[in-house]
Design a protein around this ligand. Structure first.
Ligand SMILES: Cc1ncc(COP(=O)(O)O)c(C=O)c1O
Length: 480
């Protein structure tokens, strides 16, 4: 077999890197232009999972040693285009190209970030980003926090802090002995349920408070559910507010939850994975009224702030609470576990090695200012309203609920279709839409019924695109 030469030297060759990098940027810029302008026919180039896997099995066999550009081109061909104006699916915003470049710098530097020495710039930048977010959320300078890989992990991390502050038993030594619980809307994201079970509180540890007709927590029921839990021997230590709920984009009344938590000395956590970003929009901040009363808030940058996944801010009103959970001795990392050092991130997060997440957000903040996010949020929030109005006035379509943000649930209900066929009909429409590939929308289940669901998080989506989308649904519906 012919020797391949010094592969390490080849893999690190600066000249190769320069050339491939330039070609890659050209490829991505062309892709960006074609995708954002809608010139690309497909938003999702749908294939079945097995067929896609076979494609890559074949690729691995046949493309050994060929240009990496052919690989990247193929990945682009077979990936969903979140930049496309007809992308209206799950909650992820197109990444501003500058933030994607920051991801490249992060990947290239490969700093570990667990301790200060392994992320000198990245750690300080992360802190600055957290401080900016905290200020926008209305917290005082004593607020602080960390960034985590996603909202699910941020919610779990916040709830671990809640436990260490509100029920400081030696859980790390003895396991979970006390019967703890939290209150949360039945419409909350499933990761809160998961977090409770991971913490060992079991099924009874998550108490789901019913939602009203607009899918917001019925906060007037909090005293009743709290009392019932106490009578059953459960110590409620926290309430989680959703800002907003995933399915419908409904915002819980944070002020009411905050008041309840204060009165009962409970931890108040806000899952603002999606809507927490509205702290950057003076026009929409009213939806977060009461947020500054929270003990902790999770907010994703990758959902509503044009930042590549994953990047989440976890902010604590009292920054010192962040240290309570992870006071574990790691001899090789730091000298004293009890020292509250902001600069050693692993003292406050589950993650040891982690991404230089702050850089992605900071690159946008430093270059464009928070006004970029303000403009973007204004645009996508308006799209939500425009789409809801369109659905309401278009024959055969109906809204599940008047939307509060850019998440809108609706369904197609042509005249004459029997009620019992409605769910299967809308499910079939959504499946056909994905297979067709021109539009990407998702679905959800609300109180047992299937609804189509869009998250309008693409600033390139125009009113014309949403009109066309309804037209495409009608056409598919007729065919079905
Ligand atoms: C309200 C809410 N919380 C948490 C999450 C999970 O966030 P991540 O996907 O960043 O883990 C989501 C995701 O959709 C969400 O909508």
């Amino acid at each position: 077999m012919q020797s391949k030469g010094d592969l390490i030297q080849q893999a690190f060759d600066a000249g190769n890197f320069r050339q491939t990098g330039h070609e890659l940027i050209d490829l991505l810029a062309d892709f960006l232009q074609a995708a954002t302008s809608g010139a690309m026919e497909q938003t999702i180039p749908w294939t079945k999972p097995e067929a896609q896997y076979r494609l890559w099995e074949e690729d691995y066999l046949q493309e050994q040693g060929t240009s990496p550009l052919t690989l990247f081109t193929k990945v682009l061909e077979h990936s969903i285009r979140v930049q496309h104006p007809r992308y209206m699916g799950h909650q992820i915003s197109p990444a501003a190209p500058l933030a994607a470049l920051a991801s490249l710098v992060d990947g290239f530097l490969n700093n570990g970030m667990g301790v200060f020495e392994m992320g000198v710039a990245g750690t300080a930048i992360e802190r600055k980003v957290i401080k900016i977010v905290a200020e926008k959320m209305g917290f005082s300078p004593t607020a602080d926090g960390v960034m985590t890989s996603g909202g699910s992990l941020a919610n779990l991390t916040a709830l671990l802090a809640a436990r260490s502050v509100k029920a400081p038993s030696p859980v790390w030594q003895e396991g979970q002995q006390e019967k703890l619980a939290l209150l949360v809307s039945e419409e909350a994201h499933y990761c809160v349920d998961r977090a409770v079970r991971i913490m060992g509180w079991g099924e009874g540890g998550i108490i789901k408070v019913p939602a009203d007709e607009r899918y917001r927590m019925r906060t007037e029921l909090l005293p009743e559910y709290y009392e019932r839990a106490r009578q059953e021997g459960r110590a409620v230590i926290a309430v989680v507010g959703s800002a907003c709920a995933t399915s419908t984009g409904s915002f819980d009344n944070l002020e009411a939850i905050g008041d309840f938590c204060r009165a009962h000395k409970l931890w108040f956590h806000v899952d603002g994975a999606h809507g927490g970003a509205l702290a950057f929009s003076p026009a929409h901040r009213y939806l977060l009224k009461g947020l500054d009363q929270a003990d902790s808030v999770a907010m994703d940058f990758h959902k509503m702030l044009l930042t590549p996944a994953v990047a989440t801010a976890l902010v604590y009103r009292d920054g010192s609470h962040a240290f309570r959970t992870f006071s574990q001795h790691a001899q090789y990392l730091w000298n004293r576990e009890t020292d509250e050092e902001w600069h050693n991130l692993a003292k406050r997060t589950f993650e040891c090695t982690k991404l230089m997440m702050g850089l992605k957000a900071y690159a946008l903040l430093r270059t464009y200012g928070p006004e970029l996010w303000e403009q973007y949020l204004g645009k996508v929030m308006a799209l939500g309203q425009q789409f809801a109005a369109l659905v309401s006035e278009t024959e055969g379509f109906e809204l599940a609920v008047e939307p509060q943000c850019n998440i809108v649930c609706f369904r197609y209900r042509p005249e004459g279709l029997p009620g019992e066929e409605l769910n299967a009909f809308n499910e079939a429409i959504r499946e056909a839409m994905v297979e067709d590939g021109r539009f990407y929308i998702v679905k959800t289940n609300l109180k047992g019924d299937t609804f189509l669901r869009v998250t309008l998080s693409n600033p390139f989506t125009s009113p014309g695109d949403i009109v066309e989308m309804l037209g495409a649904i009608r056409k598919i519906g007729k065919r079905l």
